[in-house]
Design a protein. Structure first.
Length: 254
């Protein structure tokens, strides 16, 4: 769902200055809609987006990726801060050429930084050594809904990045209103003395599963955004996170 003008204004007032979108969101109109809605506010946000999905399917074909980045810049009316390869695990052999194309886009001034956004990096681990250019940032799934083997793969895939260059996404598997989140006591992951809602506790845990510096998530409500912002201030308990990871690994090995 595209953000409303009121939500964007509220985000800035609350200190949120980063937006994440994708070429294929909103029926391939996300950049036009965002530019039209935000207008002069857009320059106050750091904007990240993704390329890889097209009306005829997913591809890492370099020429299509470059055309999408060029179209993105034109539709936004400004250079995106970060452009991600969108779910390249669908085509691991194409990873190296696609990374080289995004690096070329960066050199041409079509984006300030580039990276990889992957739902499951495990299929990319074998292809990673073939990549001659290194991404500025990698975004992976984070949170309690992520399988143990995916968490392990994310840590391996992002091992060469600095802590600030590992981002997370979808901490509630795309739906924070799913009844499961009211049945899981995520507050056990918090350091003592931190009153929090289940959503806030789940978000705090997501920053440690795996360790990421920021998390992209969706909201259409100023109230929900405020709750999420408060959750960012909470701290996960390292010993509980470690124990949880060991339980995940033990379950995988059985």
């Amino acid at each position: 769902m595209a953000p409303t003008r009121a939500l964007l204004e509220h985000a800035l007032t609350a200190g949120v200055t980063a937006l994440d979108t994708a070429f294929n969101y909103d029926c391939y109109a996300s950049h036009r809609v965002l530019a039209r809605t935000a207008r002069e506010l857009l320059g106050r946000f750091e904007v990240s987006t993704k390329v890889g999905y097209f009306p005829d399917g997913h591809t890492l074909e370099p020429a299509q990726l470059r055309a999408a980045v060029e179209q993105t810049t034109a539709e936004l009316g400004r250079t995106p801060d970060t452009v991600f390869l969108h779910n390249p695990e669908h085509d691991p052999p194409g990873l190296a050429a696609a990374c080289e194309e995004l690096a070329s886009c960066q050199e041409a001034g079509l984006c300030r930084a580039w990276g990889i956004a992957t739902w499951n990096p495990a299929p990319l681990l074998a292809a990673a050594p073939t990549v001659s250019v290194k991404p500025d940032v990698i975004m992976v799934r984070a949170g309690l809904a992520v399988r143990g083997e995916v968490l392990d793969a994310a840590e391996r895939f992002t091992a060469e990045l600095g802590a600030g260059d590992r981002w997370g996404m979808a901490p509630f598997a795309g739906n924070p209103n799913d009844p499961v989140w009211s049945k899981v006591d995520a507050t056990v992951f918090l350091e003592p003395g931190q009153p929090a809602s289940q959503i806030q506790a789940g978000l705090a845990a997501a920053f440690a599963l795996p360790a990421v510096s920021r998390i992209a998530l969706g909201t259409s409500s100023p109230q929900h955004l405020d709750e999420l912002i408060a959750g960012v201030r909470h701290v996960a308990r390292a010993s509980v996170v470690d124990e949880y990871r060991e339980l995940l690994r033990a379950g995988t090995e059985q």
